[in-house]
Design a protein around this ligand. Structure first.
Ligand code: ADP
Ligand code: MG
Length: 226
């Protein structure tokens, strides 16, 4: 329990830091983005200049997505509880991820039972799903299949997301969710920290199985709402 409390305390400090930094940095970035967009539409640009601007915009986009990761870490969790349709939220999130998966040559396979309800926060459920699906997609360098299932298991809403990607060793698996643990060149190591935190805040359970070279399977179980 002591260790658990220390971990919670650590997260608290990170959250506060993240909140202030992310907030301060976000506004100037939005403004830079706006001006770059304006420049891009200038008819008198040389091709090379247009190319540089689009690189700058891409990099800025990437920076903004990192900030967004941290901002969600900073959000107080489990405010605005309501009854939500898990099946629908999963479907919507898959739509959201499709352009990303297409670029990476990944096929998304679904098996989703209709109308399973749980108590939770819509935005947070979406955040959980995005974090896990994004990791799955990023684990499949050479394409592959992301399988998403939602079903009723003994009175619980079970969400299972499996990828056929690079997988994790036992040691890597143990580090999953430790704040800032990442093996990616451009990773933040924040995604799974938030994910674990949010799942537990909504009284859910999360379980990860992985095998190097084979893939990873993540199961989340939420109590069904009446
Ligand atoms: P990030 O994605 O920014 O690296 P995460 O917290 O989302 O941070 O993930 C931490 C690390 O866990 C990743 O860098 C990766 O090494 C590993 N990981 C997470 N999900 C998967 C997965 N589906 N397959 C293989 N490795 C994964
Ligand atoms: Mg991630």
């Amino acid at each position: 329990i002591n260790e658990e409390m220390q971990h919670a305390e650590k997260l608290n400090i990170i959250s506060q830091l993240a909140a202030s930094v992310a907030h301060e940095v976000r506004n100037p970035m939005t403004s830079v983005n706006g001006f770059l967009q304006l420049m891009k539409d200038d008819d008198n640009l040389k091709d090379s200049q247009r190319h540089y601007i689009s690189i700058a915009l891409n990099e800025l986009n990437h920076a903004q997505s990192i900030i967004n990761d941290y901002l969600s870490l900073a959000k107080p969790s489990s405010e605005g509880l309501s009854t939500i349709n898990v099946s629908e939220e999963v479907e919507k999130t898959i739509e959201l991820m499709k352009s990303y998966s297409n670029i990476q040559n990944i096929h998304i396979e679904t098996e989703i039972e209709d109308d399973l309800y749980m108590k939770g926060n819509k935005g947070e459920v979406k955040q959980i799903l995005v974090n896990i699906m994004k990791n799955g997609i990023e684990a499949m360098d050479n394409g592959g299949t992301l399988k998403v299932q939602v079903f009723n298991k003994h009175g619980a809403a079970m969400i299972e997301i499996s990828d056929s990607g690079k997988g994790m060793t036992h040691t890597q698996l143990k580090k999953l969710g430790v704040p800032f643990y990442t093996t990616k060149e451009k990773g933040t190591g924040v995604g799974m920290t938030i994910t674990f935190q949010l799942v537990h805040a909504m009284k859910g359970k999360i379980d990860v199985e992985s095998e190097p070279g084979k893939g990873t399977s993540i199961r989340i179980k939420f109590p069904l709402a009446a």
